[in-house]
Design a binder for this molecule. Structure first.
Ligand SMILES: *Cc1c(COP(=O)(O)O)cnc(C)c1O
Length: 435
């Protein structure tokens, strides 16, 4: 399969190129040239999430050097349980994506990317440094995925005051080939510094660098697998399409759901749950698309004012009207997140994280408006990662899942860095003893 830039002014790329680079030469993002319709009978016969994902992604990998590795890549990505659990009321479900090593859904995409890049490394080439700016969950997922993989080093940049205490501990708990930098600035500072380093030709000539950010195709594609798995599970039991409510920041997770539906999976409606960063809800309500500066909320991993995958989503539709007809988006305030956290257990039998709470709140809105379709909210992280937000509302401690407990039991070390572009360049040069 060939991959085309969303801006249409770059040559078509093959899979390996599209996986390796962030942006296409015209500044756009790569998408598969076509989203072929899958044979549902074949897909339904696949026994595990990994097998479903491998079957779904087969057309994209068909003529690439990774074609025969695809089942193994999916096996590494999907080395976790993937429950679709019924909630208290009929037709309400939760798809739990937080059973991986860092207790957030990003583990699945990060592990797929790491497994793919490892197989593409030629022996004897100098180590590749993965540079990642994180608002909390991405950095840990990428670090866990590349930890102890020979030929790779990870450098994480996170905003000093922008992550939860457990996120901060987790980010510093890897060591070995992972360097964690705690930046005295905002997430936007971290992102700018990473971009500047990735764009520095002299540095890159001396030090092979790659990013693993939210536009990475190697993270996006495997995420379609869990929507396919969940929709098929539901289809087998109920012979109906399942609709999804997706907590949304940079739109990587929701876009994977759109891709799965395009490929013929029995997925009904796709509803985006955003926090107070309402760029998408405004757009879907009919306003022109207008990126905004990000605002801090209780659902910090979704504090995005300029969703980086919007360009991909828009490119899948003929025009704005077609896109607006196919998806809806809701903004959820911090007050509504708190209220939802407080009552979630009594009303739904669920202890959500603040991000998952946005989806749960949207479900409540839809039910209050008389919507009776079967809906699964997507649980993007475990509540225990955000103890300081959820515990005052729950009124008790959140039980810590085993993988998270293992990371929290390790010592944690982060270096402090000032929020200037030169500080990062100097640190990277020093790390690799470059003059
Ligand atoms: C990253 C993240 C999101 C947002 O996902 P996108 O793919 O950026 O839309 C939501 N919830 C949690 C817990 C996350 O870590």
């Amino acid at each position: 399969m060939r991959f085309l830039s969303t801006r249409g002014a770059a040559p078509a790329a093959d899979l390996v190129h599209a996986l390796a680079v962030g942006l296409a030469p015209d500044g756009g993002l790569y998408l598969p040239a076509t989203l072929p319709r899958i044979d549902l009978a074949t897909l339904a016969a696949a026994p595990t999430p990994a097998a479903v994902c491998a079957e779904l992604l087969r057309p994209f990998f068909a003529d690439s050097p990774l074609a025969t590795d695809l089942p193994a890549l999916c096996g590494e990505a999907y080395a976790q349980v993937l429950p679709l659990r019924a909630l208290a009321a009929a037709d309400d479900y939760v798809l739990e994506l937080f059973h991986g090593p860092t207790a957030a859904f990003k583990d699945i995409g990060a592990r797929f990317l790491a497994a793919a890049l490892q197989r593409l490394r030629a022996p004897g080439t100098p180590p590749l440094t993965i540079l990642v700016a994180t608002s909390g969950d991405t950095g840990a997922a990428v670090a866990a995925a590349f930890h102890h993989r020979s030929g790779f080093r990870v450098v994480i940049l996170y905003p000093r005051d922008g992550v939860s205490a457990r996120q901060a501990h987790q980010l510093g708990a890897f060591g070995d080939n992972v360097l964690t930098l705690r930046v005295a600035g905002s997430f936007d500072d971290c992102q700018r510094m990473a971009k500047r380093a990735l764009g520095d030709a002299a540095l890159r000539a001396a030090l092979p660098l790659a990013s693993a950010n939210s536009i990475s195709l190697g993270r996006l594609l495997p995420q379609a697998g869990y929507y396919a798995w969940a929709a098929l599970q539901y289809w087998r039991q109920h012979a109906r399409a399942l609709s999804f409510i997706v907590p949304t920041g940079n739109l990587g997770n929701a876009l994977a759901c759109v891709i799965a539906r395009r490929m013929g999976l029995p997925i009904g409606r796709i509803v985006l749950a955003c926090n107070a960063n309402d760029t998408l809800p405004r757009y879907f309500a009919g306003e022109p698309y207008a990126a905004q500066p990000s605002r801090r909320t209780l659902a910090n991993a979704m504090d995005v004012g300029a969703p980086s995958n919007f360009e991909r989503l828009r490119a899948l539709y003929a025009d704005d009207a077609a896109l607006r007809a196919d998806l809806t988006a809701h903004a959820v305030s911090d007050a509504d997140i708190r209220a939802t956290l407080r009552t979630a257990h009594a009303r739904h039998g669920l202890l959500p994280c603040p991000h998952t709470a946005t989806a749960l709140h949207v479900l409540q809105r839809l039910r209050a408006a008389g919507d009776t379709q079967p809906f699964a909210i997507v649980a993007t992280a475990h509540a225990a990662k955000f103890a300081e937000v959820v515990e005052p509302e729950f009124g008790h401690a959140a039980a810590i899942p085993k993988p998270l407990a293992a990371l929290l039991a390790r010592p944690s070390h982060s270096e402090t860095l000032t929020a200037g572009d030169d500080a990062l360049l100097a640190r990277l040069r020093q790390l690799h003893h470059i003059g």
